[in-house]
Design a protein around this ligand. Structure first.
Ligand SMILES: [Ca+2]
Ligand SMILES: [Ca+2]
Length: 198
């Protein structure tokens, strides 16, 4: 018997619940994270707010080449002819880039195009550039682009009563509203109580 299945079976028989890791509706899962591409364009500040207000997510920034490739493919499948805001910025201090290091190394992953970021036109916000095969560029934050939000997968406790009372979509909605595993606001609550109000 598969090990993961054994754990689920033991939880179900002994404790009356199973654990499930899910993403909210319309989000896409990759690894331990969920991703959402906005349906409209907006400036970088609004993009950042949109992610925060939407399930308390963050404006995503790739932290590895596989994640960069996943986000880029996800975006190209939805909007194949434009650029995409990511969370990198040097708004607070020119040249001091938040979230995205200047070069890949001990500070993390970087994917800047040649000569970028160059602060042309007083550019303080990072984007994935269509015309440069997805390499990063800096651009004025007031420009209107799509946004990519990122959220840790939600860990929910499913009981038989819960499963009877809720459709999966409803579970996902309640999960996205109540907290997610590893999210800074919920680190003390590794299992949220999506179904504990039965
Ligand atoms: Ca700048
Ligand atoms: Ca630039």
């Amino acid at each position: 018997m598969d090990g993961a299945f054994q754990v689920i079976l033991v939880l179900w028989v002994c404790c009356g619940y199973i654990l499930a890791e899910i993403c909210p509706p319309d989000w896409n899962r990759y690894g331990e994270s969920c991703y959402f591409i906005s349906n409209t364009t907006m400036d970088w500040y609004q993009a950042n707010r949109t992610c925060t207000e939407r399930s308390r997510a963050n404006l995503a920034y790739p932290t590895s080449q596989p994640e960069q490739d996943y986000i880029w493919e996800l975006f190209q499948n939805k909007f194949p002819s434009t650029d995409l805001w990511i969370g990198c910025n040097d708004i607070e201090e020119e040249g001091n880039w938040q979230e995205c290091p200047m070069k890949s190394g001990t500070n993390g992953y970087a994917n800047w195009g040649d000569g970028e970021p160059n602060d042309q036109y007083e550019s303080d916000c990072g984007l994935i550039r269509l015309s440069n095969n997805g390499l990063w560029d800096d651009y004025p934050c007031t420009h209107g682009l799509f946004a990519v939000c990122k959220l840790p997968v939600c860990s929910v406790r499913l009981t038989p009563k819960c499963l009877l009372r809720h459709a999966m979509e409803e579970l996902e909605k309640s999960c996205s509203g109540k907290g997610c595993r590893s999210h800074p606001q919920y680190q003390t609550s590794l299992i949220d109580n999506c179904c504990d109000d039965q």
